[in-house]
Design a protein around this ligand. Structure first.
Ligand code: TYD
Length: 228
C-alpha cells in the first residue's frame, strides 16, 4: 500500500484555515479519497484534555500562569500522541491526512511568540516527533491587521455567547501576534518547497476563491488527484 499524503494548515488565529481545511476535506472525499482530519492541540483522548488545559483561559485561574516551557512541552506531548494514534496509522493506510496546525505552530507561537527560539522547537521535533515532515503545508497569512481584527471579533463573539474565552492566546497583545507573523514568514522563506503561502492579497479574497486556489495547489502537488 502506497504511503498516504500529509497536509498541514497553518496561520494566525482568524486566518480562515479551519474553514478551508474542512472544504478541502469534503472535496477530496467527493473525489473518492480516504481523508483523515485532525487538529492540534486535540483529537486524541489525551489531546482533548491537554487542549482544555492549554486553551481555556479559566485553567489559568485554576492552575496559575502556564510556564512557556511547560506550554511547549504539552504541545509536543499532544503531537506525539496524535502522530502515534492517528497520523502514522492513517498514512500507512494510504489516507490523505489534513492536520489543522502542526510543528510550524509551535515554532511560530512558542518559538517566536513566546521567544523560546526556533532551534529548540526544531530539536524537540526531531527528538519527539521523529522529525515527521508534512508533504505540504498551506499557510494562510493575511496581513497582521486583518488577522488581529478577525481573531478579536471571534473571541468577542464567544465571550458574548457563553461567557468564556475559547482561547487564551487570543488575549495576547498585538506584539505577540507580530512575532508569530514574522516567524511564519521566516519558516516559509526557509522551506519554500514544503510551505505554500497564500499571502495578503490571496487569503483576503472570498472564501470560495481561496478554496479554489487551495484545490489547484493541492492537485498540482499530488499528481494522482487530478486523474480521479
Ligand atoms: P484553536 O482554537 O485551534 O485556534 P485556531 O482555530 O485559530 O487554530 O487554538 C489553537 C491555539 O493554540 C492557537 O492560538 C495557536 C495555539 N498553538 C500554539 O501556541 N502552539 C502549538 O504548537 C499549537 C498546535 C497551537
Amino acid at each position: 500500500m502506497a504511503r498516504g499524503y500529509f497536509i498541514t494548515f497553518e496561520g494566525l488565529d482568524g486566518s480562515g484555515k479551519t474553514t478551508q481545511l474542512r472544504r478541502l476535506a469534503e472535496w477530496l472525499r467527493s473525489r473518492g479519497h480516504k481523508v483523515i482530519t485532525l487538529r492540534q492541540p486535540g483529537s486524541t483522548e489525551l489531546g482533548d484534555r491537554l487542549r482544555a488545559v492549554l486553551l481555556d483561559s479559566r485553567s489559568e485561574t485554576a492552575l496559575g500562569p502556564l510556564n512557556p516551557m511547560a506550554e511547549m512541552a504539552l504541545m509536543f506531548a499532544d503531537r506525539a500522541q496524535a502522530i502515534a494514534e492517528i497520523i502514522e496509522p492513517a498514512l500507512a493506510e494510504g489516507a490523505i491526512v489534513l492536520c489543522d496546525r502542526f510543528t510550524d505552530s509551535t515554532e511560530a507561537y512558542q518559538g517566536g511568540g513566546r521567544r523560546l527560539g526556533s532551534e529548540l522547537v526544531l530539536q524537540l521535533h526531531r527528538a519527539i516527533c521523529n522529525n515527521l515532515q508534512p508533504d505540504l503545508t498551506i499557510l494562510l497569512l493575511p496581513s497582521l491587521t486583518t488577522s488581529l481584527a478577525r481573531a478579536r471579533r471571534r473571541n468577542q463573539r464567544n465571550v458574548q455567547k457563553d461567557g468564556t474565552d475559547e482561547n487564551r492566546f487570543e488575549r495576547e497583545p498585538d506584539e505577540f501576534y507580530a512575532r508569530i507573523h514574522n516567524e511564519y514568514e521566516a519558516i516559509a522563506a526557509r522551506e519554500p518547497e514544503r510551505v505554500l503561502v497564500l499571502g495578503e492579497a490571496e487569503s483576503e479574497s472570498s472564501i470560495d476563491a481561496v478554496e479554489l486556489r487551495i484545490r489547484a495547489l493541492v492537485a498540482e502537488r499530488v499528481p494522482t488527484l487530478t486523474h480521479l
